[in-house]
Design a binder for this molecule. Structure first.
Ligand SMILES: *[C@@H]1O[C@H](CO)[C@@H](O)[C@H](O)[C@H]1NC(C)=O
Ligand SMILES: *[C@@H]1O[C@H](CO)[C@@H](O)[C@H](O)[C@H]1NC(C)=O
Ligand SMILES: *[C@@H]1O[C@H](CO)[C@@H](O)[C@H](O)[C@H]1NC(C)=O
Ligand SMILES: *[C@@H]1O[C@H](CO)[C@@H](O)[C@H](O)[C@H]1NC(C)=O
Ligand SMILES: *[C@@H]1O[C@H](CO)[C@@H](O)[C@H](O)[C@H]1NC(C)=O
Length: 298
């Protein structure tokens, strides 16, 4: 896994009082320069101390975190989180869902895992925009249409492997994950935020309040639901569907083809279609997301 602010364990609100030992074990098992870099004390306090207000307030810009926050004080974090009935941890640093087995088996916890996956081609496009320095070779490739010799293909390859490994584990329904694993495709969430969100709330056993629905409507433009109402070119609001598909207009076909070759198994497993021409890539009327249901386990 690469090291960046996105890969830092982002604790929205963690019940570290009981989870502390297990989490530390998990953290110790992670390698790489980010190790132990728990961020966002300030944000953590804001989120936790404001209690249930999280959904109503604006989603914080995540790039804000590493600038503003020092290391997280685990003692303080556990104190404020212990007072909550439900806690959520968002993390991008768990390579494989199997690494969480200890936590799912801990009788003090009732851990549920929501595994969010995304089309690896979109992940690459998004990383190229967000981390232009690290992705300079890719950007040159995208701009010139010629693959530089020094382009690093290993990162996207391992991203795909990790994603597939976790999904395979989860979908095989081992006993220790039963009722605790939900696979969610980012695209499904983006195309149909309300229904997918309800599904997630049901899965974790929470009631979806009106203000959550309102937040979704406001922030995803999901109110406009019929395809004929979409207009990619003139859309000025930040709508989730257009965002999810924008990679198709931003990546050269040559790059897309390379990622498809590196990640073909992952694409097939998660129901993402390959494209075979630039025209097919750019034709947004042609969906690349196969209809799939990854049933929540009960
Ligand atoms: C964390 O916060 C507690 C309570 O304020 C304090 O006693 C402790 O020294 C802090 N730990 C660190 C590592 O800053
Ligand atoms: C959704 O659309 C309907 C009709 O187009 C409108 O009456 C309603 O106010 C909209 N809701 C939101 C949250 O924008
Ligand atoms: C790739 O190049 C196109 C122009 O050919 C540009 O519009 C697009 O933003 C570039 N994509 C990325 C991810 O840099
Ligand atoms: C992916 O590509 C490899 C190597 O070309 C091939 O062996 C494998 O069958 C492909 N998998 C799928 C799902 O197409
Ligand atoms: C775009 O895709 C749609 C749906 O697959 C297809 O009907 C249409 O002919 C395609 N348009 C072009 C210009 O290829």
């Amino acid at each position: 896994m690469e090291c960046s602010w996105k890969t830092v364990l982002l604790l929205v609100c963690a019940s570290l009082g009981v989870q502390y030992t297990a989490i530390r074990t998990l953290r110790d098992s992670l390698s790489g320069p980010c190790q132990g870099a728990y961020r966002c004390q300030t944000r953590h306090h804001r989120v936790c101390l404001e209690g249930g207000d999280g959904a109503a307030s604006d989603l914080p810009d995540e790039s804000w975190c590493p600038k503003k926050c020092g290391a997280l004080n685990l003692t303080l974090a556990s104190m404020s989180c212990l007072s909550k009935g439900h806690v959520a941890i968002k993390t991008v640093r768990v390579p494989e869902v199997g690494d969480l087995r200890t936590l799912t088996e801990d009788p003090r916890l009732d851990l549920k895992i929501i595994h969010l996956v995304r089309d690896p081609r979109a992940i690459l496009a998004s990383r190229m925009m967000a981390f232009s320095d690290q992705f300079r070779a890719w950007k040159i490739w995208n701009a010139t249409g010629r693959q530089p010799r020094y382009v690093d293909l290993s990162q996207i390859t391992s991203t795909c492997k990790d994603m597939a490994a976790s999904a395979e584990t989860g979908l095989q329904r081992p006993a220790w994950l039963r009722g605790r694993y939900l696979l969610v495709r980012y695209e499904d969430l983006a195309f149909n935020p309300k229904d997918r969100a309800s599904e997630i709330y049901r899965f974790v056993g929470l009631e979806m309040e009106d203000r959550v629905q309102m937040w979704i409507a406001k922030n995803t433009n999901s109110n406009v639901s019929s395809p004929s109402e979409w207009n990619y070119r003139y859309s000025t609001t930040r709508d989730s569907r257009a965002t999810a598909e924008s990679w198709r207009l931003r990546l050269g076909f040559d790059i897309v083809r390379t990622v498809q070759n590196l990640c073909n198994d992952t694409l097939a497993l998660l129901g993402y279609k390959q494209v075979h021409s630039a025209a097919e890539l750019r034709n947004l009327s042609h969906s690349l997301v196969e209809h799939r249901t990854f049933q929540p386990l009960t």
